[in-house]
Design a protein around this ligand. Sequence first.
Ligand SMILES: Nc1ncnc2c1ncn2[C@@H]1O[C@H](COP(=O)(O)OP(=O)(O)OP(=O)(O)O)[C@@H](O)[C@H]1O
Ligand SMILES: [Mg+2]
Length: 266
Amino acid sequence: MKSNIGNDAIIIDKVTHTYKTDTGLLPVIKNLNMTVPKNGFTAVVGPSGCGKSTLTKLISGLLKPDYGEVYLNGEKVIGPKSIVGMAFQNPVLLEWRSILKNVMLPLEIVPNDLSEVDKEDRAKSLLHLVGLEGFEEKKPSELSGGMRQRASLCRALVHNPEVLILDEPFGALDAFTREDLWQVMHKLRREEPFTGILITHDLRESIFLADEVVVLSGRPATNQYSLQIPKLKNPKLDNLFSPDSIEMLKNLRKQIEIAQVQQATN
Ligand SMILES: Nc1ncnc2c1ncn2[C@@H]1O[C@H](COP(=O)(O)OP(=O)(O)OP(=O)(O)O)[C@@H](O)[C@H]1O
Ligand SMILES: [Mg+2]
């Protein structure tokens, strides 16, 4: 079914989701609206437990909304979608496969016309792009946490997904490694444009990487606030210390506090 709502790559239209648990109904997302333009990148922030990971499952078709609809490139999501690439806080790489073979995995699952050599070339070029050239034949346990996360980003992108969903991909990394990976993300966006949603708890990460930051209310999560981030030609970590950035961070911090209070009193 095609949407006639617009040309956005991701459309979340009045989505509501309630979990049925042993102790009763748990409303998690309520009447949520969001759009991400093609090749846009939106960060989603909100209190812990407000429903962010649930939202990623609704977008990727792993969960079905009770009300409302999700569209990816105009197609209504009615089940798991192979045009979605995902990366999580824990990279979950398969230890018995080399890094190269881990990155190639989606190409073995998602139908495509690539020969074995083409698949290898595609995976190798991404590994090269993120600075993992020379590590193709290593096993995941031979890599550092930051390197494993780089490989996981390559795996999420290897089949040229139309949409990339990142659920706190840098959450488990130390601050410096995380900042390195932010730069890798900018490089990936330049060289391999994708439409993305980034779930994060790190407000600096949200303004450094995204074009728009959406603040979700406390559970059940709905739209509380949204901030457009001015696009910089050449984004540098130093920009995070500019008066404009500090103002944006204060503003977002205040919104998170409002959402936290609301969640605590719900
Ligand atoms: N499969 C499930 N069945 C029942 N309840 C669930 C299920 N998955 C999540 N929940 C509950 O739904 C709420 C939202 O969970 P979710 O994982 O979406 O939050 P989150 O915003 O991603 O949290 P965090 O920031 O800590 O990762 C939580 O109260 C959680 O306990
Ligand atoms: Mg989560």
